[in-house]
Design a protein around this ligand. Structure first.
Ligand code: COA
Length: 385
């Protein structure tokens, strides 16, 4: 197996992009990634996208996007694993380069969610839950995460203020990220006064509906120096795992088994311990998700991450900075693109080019990207060269 590096990164505008289509967003991100490293060809591409059929009435997007980028006839594959589609696209690209099938591979993610109204977007997202046992009974993703939040609160004494502190932290990080959808500070009081979406989760506990794309370019590490002007960032760990889709079939709601298994594999492969991680991007689709994810991947003991944001531990400048990009909460969550954007944030941190968001001396970073209520998780660990 060959060592693999990330050499190019690019992101489209994120937010409500009325004037841009799915393909515009993808091409904008992909061209920036190509320009970032200066490669003159691609050997293949993987694109994470959760539900283009429901959001845009468009399937078969592998060739569509390759054509619009002008790179046909290279192989182009759409990867789907709900909100983990981007992370999984990255893993497929990583494996293809590591296995020696291809040298220069684009891993991208895209979702154009505002082509439909809120009700249709909620329906499209809900198709990633178990239809017969969950969605048909009327529960949505905010409802499912509300159940998880209640379970955690009952077990560990978490308060709504602790949950709100996660949103406040991630919005404060997003203020430092010019690419974030929401660039405004919020307070715990504002979170608690925002509309109740699914008790105990308020509007400001939720990630938003977002249009956006992100793209990175991978190549063998030994070619990275020749191909790119940037310091290469090496992929040292990759893990992917699954769990039941339906929550009722799980032994406990607040511990994400797929996240634990994916992280275990990634840590084993990377030969590093959780204590060696300097900077983390986790899948905070709801404030409770950040807390459960941090515990499930072994960065906090069970019951210990609940107050980490309120205590400043996970803030930029804290002991373990989490979601310094602003996370899904503030940067936005175009579901298929999120996993790739997490990789981009870690690459910028490890290159030392994250500007105001830079974590001092960041050498090793981790991304955690999950689908649905963690029925699938992809974890990657990256290291500065
Ligand atoms: N965070 C911060 N602000 C938000 C927001 C969010 N999550 N969602 C909407 N807003 C803002 C909008 O920008 C708008 O502000 P404005 O009045 O200044 O323009 C205002 O709140 C109302 O927006 P609107 O689009 O009408 O909100 P909504 O009630 O239709 O949707 C949610 C709010 C929380 C229901 C929606 O964002 C949602 O479904 N989020 C979850 C997405 C999800 O499940 N993803 C998959 C995870 S597994």
């Amino acid at each position: 197996m060959r060592d693999v590096a990330v050499i190019g990164i690019g992101m489209s505008k994120w937010g409500e992009c009325w004037q841009h289509s799915l393909r515009d967003l993808f091409v904008s991100a992909a061209l920036q990634a190509i320009d970032d490293c200066g490669v003159s060809r691609l050997d293949s591409m993987y694109v994470g996208c959760m539900a283009p059929g429901l959001f845009n009435g468009q399937e078969h997007i592998g060739p569509l996007l390759a054509d619009y980028l002008g790179v046909t006839p290279i192989p182009a594959v759409r990867v789907e694993s709900a909100c983990a589609s981007g992370g999984l696209a990255f893993r497929q690209a990583y494996m293809e380069v590591a296995a020696g099938f291809s040298d220069i591979v684009l891993a991208a993610g895209v979702e154009k969610m505002t082509d439909v109204d809120g009700e249709a977007a909620t329906y499209a997202l809900g198709t990633a839950a178990d239809q017969e046992y969950e969605s048909f009974q009327g529960i949505t993703f905010p409802g499912l995460y509300a159940l998880i939040a209640r379970s955690y609160m009952q077990k560990y004494g978490l308060t709504v203020e602790d949950l709100a502190a996660v949103a406040v932290k991630n919005h404060s990080h997003g203020l430092k990220n010019p690419r974030a959808q929401f660039q405004r500070a919020i307070t715990v009081e504002e979170v608690l006064q925002s509309s109740l979406v699914a008790d105990p989760l308020h509007l400001l506990d939720c990630s938003p509906i977002t249009d956006g794309a992100a793209a990175v370019i991978l190549c063998p590490l030994r070619k990275a120096m020749k191909l790119s002007k940037h310091k290469p960032v090496k992929v040292i760990g990759s893990g992917h795992a699954t769990d039941t889709i339906a929550l009722h079939a799980r032994k406990q709601l607040e511990f994400f088994y797929s996240s634990a298994k994916a992280a275990e594999k990634a840590f084993q492969m990377a030969e590093v311990t959780p204590q060696q991680i300097d900077v983390v991007e986790v899948h905070d689709c709801f404030t409770i998700a950040e807390i459960c994810a941090l515990e499930s991947i072994g960065l906090f003991e069970p019951g210990q991450a609940g107050k980490a944001a309120a205590q400043g531990i996970t803030h930029l400048g804290g002991k373990l900075p989490v979601n310094v990009s602003g996370g899904l909460k503030s940067k936005g969550h175009p579901v298929g693109a999120t996993g790739i954007a997490q990789i981009i944030e870690i690459v910028e941190q490890l290159r030392g080019t994250a500007g105001e968001r830079q974590v001092a001396n960041a050498k090793i970073g981790l991304t955690h990207n999950m689908g649905g209520t963690a029925a699938s998780t992809v974890v990657h660990i990256l290291e500065a060269c």
